[in-house]
Design a binder for this molecule. Structure first.
Ligand SMILES: Nc1ncnc2c1ncn2[C@@H]1O[C@H](COP(=O)(O)OP(=O)(O)OP(=O)(O)O)[C@@H](O)[C@H]1O
Length: 706
């Protein structure tokens, strides 16, 4: 349920008065529940101090707030009649949860399920609207994971619907474990991939920062954060999308951390694993030798070289031990209307490009045109080239650029390493934005707004002039909301600081207050971008005033800030590096492969396109198509899904093992079918310590029938 609270905002100088009044009256504190605030201080009193252009934003789905909503509605309407602002009655803003039917009557928006957790459009709505029915192969995997509770790695060429299937698996698992908070950890190796499945990066979900510290330090730093410890403890299913980008040592670290916090020596502490990805796509990024030495991932150069050669997660000793099934989807959906293209792409995937495919790709160098004003997304092998293109596009926009410079600080300031760490943050030292700039968010905020969300800068807000969106002729009042020409309400709010986990009403309210105060108090002459973001979970675009955010590098032990960069959390996004595009689908795509250097790079870039019609290829050269022999070898051991009979597979059995020595472990799950597998057997013996449960003991416990 969305936290219920009332958020009052008003015109520039009156905002301060209003907030001050709330504070002086002692009505706002961290501990106050928002319900308390609204009861202690009447809306009338608040509004008297704001004169005109006051806005009430109501973020509540709760029936019990209806009365307050009605009351606020009346006040604001009455208020509006006495003022000559540009809103008229439209001054009252709501989120989509309430619609104002008339002055008095309210109805609940049909998109909302009152009393349930669901407040926005669900993934299944999306699947239904898009008329997507899972295929036979996809359904088999769904059954193995959701019903049979198996640990599964599922793979397949680009566009075989891995992410689509994963979205459905997540939805089903969340229903299955709806009474167990945070039972399902939805993560991916990149922010963008996380966005696609409504999750986060595994780093951010499990509180491991950049993950470059050694296990001991990571465990120590997680242990200091109760909320993160709880996430590990409550996790029953761990999902990692785009697993091909995870390196083998990181997999091992996660396995060890999971064992520690689950207090279990089972692989990953007994958590059910769902790994998804295609190892023919991009390999993991390997840090420099000095970095890996410093973080004790390797101890000498030989080890580093060996690691580089065997960097893939499937080369880890834990990979086979922690998975029951490794399966491959074979039906390609993304380019379903262009089967020839599917075949050609498959040749690129395997690094075996025929003359026919070579000629076909060569012929795609012609120009493709804009569609409804949308420029094709451009992919470049490196970040540098993508940046160059973004700057060129920016220069072509007619409006005035506004430059945002970062502020830097931290204990390491002045030391040589300070700049290299600061440069490694995604946030640029300075970013020049214009109205019309295509941008990407680089921090996680809410479920809708995450690292990877795309948007367009639609205006700037400054202290003197809050005439937001004034070119539309509506918002002269300078409040954070407006009516569009079609008379639809639009709401604009400040992009809050990073939000993690579940928040109380008070936390959310406090954050919003902070954001508004920030606008008025912290900067003398601020200018902030207003961005229209595409929301992941909802059709309605989200309008946000983007405020600077801190990007920090902390001492893992003391959590002291070593390097900090304060900057607007946006980057330009007309062009992306191929790395960032993995997992995405583009209707219009322009790819320059002339400088491709990495295995899988050409394949990832080309396979983002839905058809040859919407694809332009520059610099085609089949010699740039690179693959890795280890990957090819590995795929020989993967079973195509259509070859297995899931009906004959028995679901995992839950078994309680009670032992004085392992009192903290109340329940351990494993699969009786797998007892023959040495690794799983070993783990069972491990976990029970000196009271080893052998297969004989187990049959005693289970009885002869089992
Ligand atoms: N069962 C299905 N029926 C129809 N379309 C589907 C189905 N499954 C997936 N698709 C469509 O195919 C396209 C590719 O799907 P998806 O992104 O899930 O593939 P993927 O295997 O994750 O690709 P990649 O490896 O490139 O990330 C999407 O546009 C999706 O909507």
């Amino acid at each position: 349920m969305i936290p219920s609270f009332f958020f009052l905002m008003a015109k520039d100088k009156h905002v301060k008065t209003l907030l001050q009044a709330f504070k002086e009256a002692g009505k706002v504190s961290n501990q106050d529940s928002i319900n308390d605030i609204t009861q202690k201080r009447s809306f009338e009193a608040a509004f008297k101090e704001t004169r005109d252009n006051a806005v009430v934003e109501i973020l509540s789905t709760d029936e019990k707030y209806k009365q307050q909503y009605k009351k606020a509605s009346k006040i604001v309407n009455a208020h509006s009649e006495h003022s000559h602002n540009h809103y008229g009655k439209g001054i009252l803003l709501t989120n989509s949860n309430f619609e104002q039917e008339s002055d008095q009557n309210l109805k609940i928006d049909k998109g909302l399920t009152v009393g349930s957790e669901t407040t926005s459009k669900t993934d299944i709505d999306f699947l239904e609207e898009a008329q997507i029915i899972l295929g036979e192969e996809q359904l088999k995997i769904l059954d193995l994971i959701v019903e049979k509770e198996k640990c599964v790695f599922f793979t397949g060429a680009a566009g075989t619907g891995k992410s689509m299937l994963l979205v459905e698996i997540i939805r089903r698992l969340k229903i299955k474990y709806k009474h167990q908070e945070d039972a399902v950890a939805v993560t991916a190796t990149t922010g963008l991939a996380g966005l696609k499945i409504g999750g986060k990066t595994y780093h951010s979900y499990f509180g491991i920062g950049l993950g470059d510290a050694d296990e001991k330090q990571l465990i120590q730093s997680i242990s200091r954060r109760k909320d993160v410890v709880k996430l590990w403890e409550t996790c029953r299913v761990l999902i990692i999308d785009e697993i091909s980008l995870l390196h083998s040592k990181m997999l091992e670290k996660l396995h060890n951390i999971a064992q520690y916090f689950k207090k279990s020596t089972l692989p990953f502490g007994g958590i059910q694993l769902v790994f998804v990805g295609d190892f023919f796509q991009l390999p993991p990024v390997v840090a420099s030798y000095s970095n890996m030495l410093e973080t004790k991932i390797v101890t000498n150069y030989e080890e580093y070289n060996q690691f580089k050669k065997e960097v893939y997660a499937f080369k880890s000793h834990i990979w086979n031990k922690c998975l029951h099934f490794q399966l491959e989807l074979t039906k390609v959906y993304r380019q379903i209307a262009d089967p020839e293209f599917v075949n050609y792409l498959n040749e690129v995937r395997l690094g075996e490009v025929s003359d026919e495919a070579d000629a076909a790709f060569n012929s795609l160098s012609r120009k493709i045109h804009k569609f409804e004003g949308i420029e094709p997304t451009q992919l470049y092998p490196t970040k540098k080239e993508a940046n160059f293109f973004n700057h060129r596009m920016s220069n072509e926009l007619p409006s005035k650029p506004i430059v945002f410079k970062c502020e830097k600080r931290g204990k390491m300031f002045g030391l040589p390493a300070f700049n290299s760490i600061s440069d490694s943050f995604l946030a640029p030292d300075q970013i020049s934005l214009k109205v019309g700039s295509q941008v990407m968010l680089i921090k996680n905020y809410t479920q809708d707004l995450v690292n990877g969300s795309l948007g367009v800068v639609i205006d700037f807000i400054d202290k003197e002039n809050l005439n937001l969106l004034s070119h539309n002729g509506y918002c002269k009042g300078g409040v954070f909301g407006f009516l569009e020409k079609d008379n639809n309400f639009k709401q604009l709010s400040v992009l809050d600081r990073e939000v993690s986990g579940t928040e109380s009403n008070a936390d959310t309210f406090e954050k919003s207050l902070f954001a508004v105060e920030y606008l008025y108090d912290t900067t003398e002459n601020f200018v902030l971008p207003v961005v229209r973001f595409i929301s992941q979970n909802n059709d309605t675009p989200l309008l946000k005033i983007v405020i600077p955010n801190e990007f920090n590098y902390l001492d893992q032990k003391t959590e002291e800030v070593l390097v900090s960069k304060k900057q607007i959390p946006l980057i330009l996004a007309w062009a992306l590096s191929v790395h960032k595009s993995q997992g995405q689908t583009y209707q219009l795509l322009k790819v320059d492969v002339s400088k491709a250097f990495e295995v899988g790079q050409v394949y990832v870039a080309l396979s983002r396109a839905t058809s040859r019609k919407g694809l332009q290829i520059l610099g085609w050269n089949k010699k740039r198509v690179l693959t890795n022999g280890l990957v090819k070898e590995f795929y020989k051991s993967i079973t195509p899904v259509n070859k297995i009979d899931t009906d004959s597979i028995i679901a995992n059995l839950q078994l309680e093992i009670k032992s004085n020595d392992v009192s903290s472990i109340s329940s351990v799950e494993y699969d009786l079918n797998d007892f023959e597998e040495p690794s799983l057997q070993a783990n069972i013996i491990d976990i029970t310590n000196d009271e080893c449960i052998s297969l004989e003991n187990l049959s005693d416990i289970l009885g002869d029938d089992s």
